[in-house]
Design a protein around this ligand. Structure first.
Ligand SMILES: Cc1ncc(COP(=O)(O)O)c(C=O)c1O
Length: 374
């Protein structure tokens, strides 16, 4: 199977461990096993656990706990995966065939930039509009989602804009998917990482055409265990399990045990609160930094997620700018072009405040040179 490079992931994996400051990150600084021990994870139990295979689609207790998050679902509606990325991947392999069309909102986490094509499907993007509070361009949406559309992919809250769709927009998207018979794949890995606003509403339950993916990597702050999941119609989940058997068989046993603790209602709320506190502390630092450029940098404040998408007022391609920042300042940031939107850079909001301030200081030096203000 031929697949084109996932440019953002490749740039990150090439440089993230070689630069002094990785600000291409997209979650909050991660939780430790000790912190999870304080939430009830049996650390001694982990030390003495025989490292055998785990239940390949997720243990029954984990799938029961997850199905409690998606009203009306049962463990058979859930597949536990190696990260949200594997969840998204299994869905593409299960659902897409030659000649299908996939509609994807941009900007986005661009896993679905390359994946549908590798399955023989055609990709049709529809834009989120900055001036429309990052709601979709509805003309583009209606064209992209048509009778040939098998799947619509979106992330909500969105990576990289940090925007959250209004309920009206969600209803309109679901109605269109029902009308044309497409599945709506809502990647909700940032649900729970709201900064000041109320909890994002899940697409789950709005229609039997809805499939949700999520995981522990962002709002929970536990990317290292690589746990994600699919909540979807039973027949779709069953197909994903078959694909899973061929790819990785299943998630690892330690990770399943960690996830069982993390997703318990009380712990989940504690982890979400930790994420919110980190982001609330950091957002004013970012705001002040952007303002200091007197209009040459702009951003629409994220409502959720550990990311800030910043527009810069110059014609230099975002990749060139980010390479300058990396080479001259040893700071890695994400060029907008890798997210489907030129003229922007994506900065990380989830680290320690002193890390953020130092990273922004260094990035600012390069923007100062770019704008001729340094
Ligand atoms: C929207 C979105 N989906 C999926 C992923 C991958 O998540 P995971 O680490 O759970 O595989 C990311 C990572 O940045 C993301 O932003």
């Amino acid at each position: 199977m031929k697949i084109e490079p996932f440019e953002m992931e490749r740039m990150q994996s090439t440089w993230e461990n070689l630069v002094e400051m990785d600000m291409s990150e997209s979650g909050v600084r991660p939780v430790t096993l000790l912190e999870l021990g304080e939430m009830g994870l049996d650390l001694n139990g982990i030390l003495s656990m025989p490292l055998g295979y785990s239940q390949s689609n997720g243990t029954i207790p984990l799938r029961e706990a997850l199905s409690a998050l998606y009203p009306g679902s049962t463990p058979e509606h859930i597949e536990v995966t190696n990260g949200t990325s594997e969840a998204n991947y299994l869905l593409a392999l299960s659902l897409l065939r030659d000649g299908d069309e996939v509609a994807m909102e941009v900007p986005n986490y661009m896993q679905y930039g390359g994946l549908p094509k590798s399955c023989g499907a055609r990709l049709l993007p529809f834009r989120l509009l900055l001036d429309g509070d990052w709601e979709p361009d509805w003309d583009e949406f209606d064209q992209a989602v048509n009778e040939k559309t098998r799947l619509v992919y979106l992330s909500n809250p969105n990576n990289p804009t940090g925007s959250v769709l209004s309920e009206e927009a969600m209803r309109r998207m679901v109605a269109r998917c029902e009308q044309v018979g497409a599945y709506l794949l809502a990647d909700e890995v940032y649900l729970g990482a709201e900064i000041h606003c109320e909890r994002t509403r899940s697409f789950w339950g709005m229609s039997d055409r809805v499939i949700v993916t999520s995981g522990l990597s962002k709002a929970y702050g536990i990317p290292g265990v690589r746990i994600g999941w699919i909540a979807g119609p039973k027949e779709v989940v069953a197909q994903c399990w078959s694909q899973h058997d061929y790819i990785t068989i299943g998630p690892n046993k330690i990770s399943d045990a960690v996830a069982r603790v993390a997703v318990q209602a009380e712990n989940r709320e504690r982890l979400y609160a930790r994420t919110r506190a980190i982001l609330q502390q950091n957002l004013p630092i970012m705001r002040k930094w952007v303002e200091a450029f007197g209009g040459k940098l702009e951003f629409r404040e994220p409502r959720a997620g550990a990311l800030c998408l910043v527009r810069y007022n110059s014609p230099t391609p975002s990749y060139t700018l980010c390479e300058r920042v990396r080479v001259n300042q040893s700071v890695l940031i994400v060029p907008g072009v890798h997210l489907g939107l030129e003229g922007f850079v994506r900065l990380w909001l989830g680290g320690r405040p002193e890390f953020l301030s130092e990273g922004l200081r260094r990035i600012g030096i390069e923007f100062g040179k770019e704008f001729g203000t340094s």
